[in-house]
Write a protein that binds this ligand. Structure first.
Ligand code: ADP
Ligand code: MG
Length: 698
């Protein structure tokens, strides 16, 4: 048994379980496991969360007021003054050059630690007290031979520790490992690559991240490790993309001027330059036998649907079927209607599949899809993903699926390899475009079509509620329509202060606007009922719609020019922007009123952003700043491995560089089979296993 352990210890490699590392053993291995550290490689990547740099000790007579100093000195006497307003522990210490006073406020805990005769290392800021040099509240360490504590224990990395495994213990375990680093860690790149990218060697990076000799070397270590982490992530994306392009094939769609003009005749307006550019990119993609994998990004109302419909009609002109998937039934219905509008009197056969459909009707409909009798099928993602068979599916359009990750997208297209167009109205900050959407090509519509009315956004204080209502009444009289959006469907007892749609609908329809038709719409209503209400609203038969965020995406009623958002502090910025995108769709001026009784600072900053700008990208960036990277950018949520040291927002420049390096490598050596890439390949497989579908790259 002992021998076996020894054998394993002799053969040090990254995959070795931590248990066999000197100073660990089974009990500590369990604690490490809770910290996510299973192997030696994990331990090397258990990076400090912060670092201390201690200056070299100086002599007492060299200490200067207002500067930091570290000294090693003998404790001459101690004193504890508990009667002071700030109880004070004091030590007089000396070296061969002089005497110095050290004070710790509230230092009663030191009474049984520090005693005369000890040698201590103390580090802190020097000040003058009654014309004498003193150190106040320094960091300190008792240097005693037995426990062989040393100033080193105070300096260097500070690890995320637990009560069962202290920072000092972790340091002592890692230290000897670092001495073998040259055998453990393998270099990925050649010298000229490193030089060109201003990167240090991987060995030094690991050594210095744990035990930085100084601040500069620490930064270099961080840079290298962050680069590698981002590089490996991007490599995964690049390989996925490569596989998609080379191992799955799609049907190429022919394009001609005749097809083009036939499609354009369907639109009652000239397409904008951005729409045309996106269409050109799509035509080029769909003309290949490589499946298109494109993200179409454009603010709400910028005209993405038209672009998607162009792509759909191009596929249909090539005798293929199209599936259009939306996240909700309302949205699917909406798409169906707007497509109906464009396709009136055309021979294109289209159908909407809803959740309400069942039994014979449903199976008949599915049969026609299977036979190829239907050209465009529209429905929710859930519906279309399930059991629908197509005869010849050529294009999948996925709307508003920014919450989708890399993996889910791969799932969607497993069976067939149709061309794929993902539409999103959430401006995707550039970092996400490179990570969560890093395997997609991107088309951007940045300017809305002409003829859009301005949206004026105001925050309304509670005392001005009636004024706002009167203003809205005037608009409703002028035959405009309004949305009232609430954070909840019904109110919850404890949270009586949060207004809820159902209650407020009663209030608005009975008390506030009895002369108008006010209807309720929310997610728990039957799908036919929802469709019916939306249809009435669209026709202008309903003046005001009281609703929850079910109207968040895609709903398009140009005559609706007023939006009231209650409990606006409850919504995120992206969501507020989405909601507001429901108005300002016609030529008339629109108004958005934000009600909030919150005094939460961040919530208020969000509302300020909303009143200040309508620009989706500006809002997305503000969102990022207010929220911080964590929440929005959990890479795992997007089907990518977690990042331990890099941060895709703060390390944006490195991300760009790593992405470029990764994609170049895949271009040169797609399978990473060249001997000079074997270390990279090994690490990629070791680290990500099959999460990026890499295991089959043999
Ligand atoms: P999105 O899907 O990006 O939110 P839509 O495609 O639904 O935007 O378009 C929003 C509105 O703008 C629709 O009413 C549509 O008819 C109109 N529209 C789209 N493109 C143009 C254009 N080039 N010129 C004028 N109006 C347009
Ligand atoms: Mg839309």
């Amino acid at each position: 048994m002992i021998e076996e352990t020894n054998n394993i210890q002799n053969k040090i490699e990254l995959s070795m379980p931590v248990q066999y590392i000197k100073g660990v053993g089974p009990a500590r291995a369990k604690v490490f496991s809770q910290l996510g550290v299973e192997t030696l490689g994990d331990l090397l990547e258990y990076f400090p969360r912060d670092w201390n740099f201690l200056p070299d000790p100086i002599k007492i007579n060299q200490m200067q007021p207002k500067k930091e100093a570290a000294i090693i000195a003998m404790v001459e006497s101690i004193d504890y003054q508990s009667f002071r307003r700030q109880p004070l522990f004091e030590a007089l210490v000396s070296d061969e050059t002089g005497i110095c006073r050290i004070v710790w406020f509230h230092g009663s805990y030191l009474r049984n630690q520090i005693e005369p005769g000890q040698i201590i290392f103390a580090y802190g800021k020097v000040n003058l007290y009654k014309h004498q040099i003193q150190l106040a509240n320094p960091k300190f360490l008792i240097l005693d031979e037995e426990n062989s504590k040393s100033p080193e224990d105070l300096s260097g990395g500070i690890y995320p520790a637990t009560k069962d495994l202290s920072n000092r213990q972790i340091k002592r375990i890692i230290k000897p490992v670092l001495e073998t680093i040259d055998e453990l860690v393998e270099e990925f790149f050649d010298k000229s690559f490193l030089k060109h990218n201003i990167l240090i060697s991987r060995n030094d990076a690991f050594k210095w991240i744990h035990q930085p000799p100084d601040d500069k070397k620490l930064s270099k270590a961080k840079r290298r490790l962050k680069h590698d982490e981002l590089f490996l992530m991007q490599l995964g994306l690049a390989l996925r993309r490569y596989k998609m392009q080379h191992f799955s094939s799609a049907t190429a769609c022919n394009y001609s001027d005749e097809i083009d003009s036939r499609i354009r005749k369907r639109f009652p307006f000239l397409l904008t330059e951005d729409q045309n550019n996106s269409i050109s990119e799509i035509i080029e993609d769909m003309g290949k036998q490589i499946p298109m994998n494109r993200l179409l990004q454009g603010d709400v109302g910028s005209g993405k649907t038209v672009v998607a419909l162009y792509a759909a009609l191009l596929a249909i002109a090539n005798k293929m079927q199209v599936a259009i998937m939306a996240p909700t039934e309302i949205l699917a219905g909406q798409h169906f209607l707007s497509i109906e509008r464009y396709l009136k009197n055309s021979q294109v056969k289209r159908t909407l599949i809803t959740g309400g459909l069942s039994g014979k009707k449903r199976s008949e409909l599915l049969e026609t899809v299977k036979n190829g009798d239907i050209d465009i099928v529209i429905g929710t993602v859930a519906l279309l993903q399930n059991d629908i068979e197509f005869q010849n599916l050529g294009l999948v359009v996925i709307d508003e699926q920014h919450k989708f990750g890399v993996e889910q997208r791969a799932e969607l297209r497993k069976q067939t390899s149709p061309h794929c167009l993902v539409m999103t109205a959430t401006p995707i900050p550039r970092t996400l475009a490179m990570t969560a959407f890093g395997d997609l090509d991107v088309s951007i519509i940045s300017h809305c079509p002409p003829g859009r009315g301005k949206i004026i956004t105001r925050r309304v204080e509670p005392e001005n509620r009636q004024k706002a209502y009167e203003f809205i009444r005037e608009r409703l009289r002028a035959k405009k329509q309004a949305y009232f959006v609430y954070p909840r469907i019904t109110s919850i007892e404890q949270n009586g202060d949060i207004k809820a749609a159902t209650d407020e609908w009663v209030n608005l329809s009975k008390n506030v606007f009895p002369e108008f038709k006010v209807e309720l719409l929310h997610g728990q209503m039957k799908s036919e009922k929802k469709q019916e209400i939306m249809s009435e609203f669209r026709k202008g038969k309903i003046d005001a719609l009281v609703s929850t965020v079910v109207i968040e995406v895609g709903v398009d009623v140009p005559n609706a020019t007023i939006m009231v958002i209650e409990g606006a502090d409850r919504f995120g910025l992206a969501q507020l922007h989405q909601l507001r995108g429901r108005i300002g769709r016609g030529e008339a001026k629109s108004y958005c009123f934000l009600f909030s009784e919150s005094d939460n600072e961040i919530a208020n900053s969000r509302l300020d952003v909303m009143t200040r700008t309508n620009d989706g990208f500006e809002i997305a960036e503000s969102d990022l700043r207010l929220r911080g990277p964590g929440e929005m950018f959990s890479t795992r949520q997007h089907g990518l491995p977690d990042l331990k040291i890099a941060n895709i927002i703060d390390d944006y420049e490195l991300l760009v560089m790593a992405r470029k390096n990764a994609f170049e490598l895949v271009n040169k050596d797609p399978m990473l089979i060249k001997s000079e890439h074997k270390n990279i390949r090994k690490e990629l497989l070791h680290k990500f296993g099959d999460t990026l579908g890499l295991a089959d790259i043999a």
